[in-house]
Design a protein around this ligand. Sequence first.
Ligand SMILES: *Cc1c(COP(=O)(O)O)cnc(C)c1O
Length: 361
Amino acid sequence: MTRPIRARIDLSALKHNLAVVRGCAPQSRALAVIKANAYGHGMLRVAGALAGAEGFAVLNLSEGVALREAGFKQTILLLEGFFSADELPALAEYRLASVIHHAEQMEMLEASGLPVKLDVFLKINSGMNRLGFKPEVFPSALQRLQSSRSAGKITLMTHFSTADALKGASEAEGVAAQLACFDGLAAGLALPRSLANSAAILRYPETHGDWVRPGIMLYGSSPFGEASAESLGLRPAMTLESGIIAVQALRAGEAVGYGATFRAASTMRVGIVACGYADGYPRHAPTGTPVLVNGVSTRTLGRVSMDMLCVDLTALPDAGIGSPVTLWGDGLPVEEVAAAAGTISYELLCALAPRVPVVEI
Ligand SMILES: *Cc1c(COP(=O)(O)O)cnc(C)c1O
């Protein structure tokens, strides 16, 4: 028997979630976002499951090369583009498309003398103020790109900062201002467009354009604080599961774990689970974070340590050493665990540690 922790990756859930994308955006091609090792699910594994997508989006040249070498023929987009001119020959050789978001990249491209034209996603800063050309410099950037000998197909792109915010919430703006900015610049240009992340795919059909860029929804997690993945028709692709490796009987007043932050008010049974922050479980998850034991909902107790965490078995007399534990996934949405830990599902999924064995189902 080995340490019982494992991450189960459900390939049929990935395919199902891509079908949900199709249902939302039937006219658009899908650029499946598989950066960050496919949000912790395994880049090549996910690309294989989502081979029906027309494209993949990653960050690094090495990831694009790995996808090509694995035989994927789709569009592959580098979401931050190239970082220095020395990457350009490989982008050309492996036919990788590049975001271009600042003038220095434009200069590198012009100076490259590439033997082939690179497909380019020209990024507009429509208000997020992270990457992209500001509206006032966009027309000249586009003109410059169109007259460059090294630029091939050009797609116009932007990214939303508040597509996930609840409509009507005071600080939330949805996508209206950014969309108006983008549409104003793109009007009259016969160029393909790419705007929508998962939240926009699900909530704002007017943003779908030619290429949608689903990330989190492909993994079966909701991008919205107030809408569950299940209510959106999504199925979790990752289930993190482990088992109980020890049981402690606490008397009133006894504590469990580092810092003795949880102290029993009365007699209780505590299960020790083989999962800790070195596996990717959030250390900041407080006492009370939801967890399933034998499929039944209970709570964590005390601090999460590197290799273990503690759960309340007081109401689960049948649970003991060997009982299965679900940290998140099937039966326990990762968003709920993330919310308890003060973060978002993206961070938990991406943080799955390399030491956790992965099994595909
Ligand atoms: C990560 C990313 C996405 C996917 O976002 P989700 O919220 O996970 O759907 C889309 N577009 C860009 C530019 C990204 O960086």
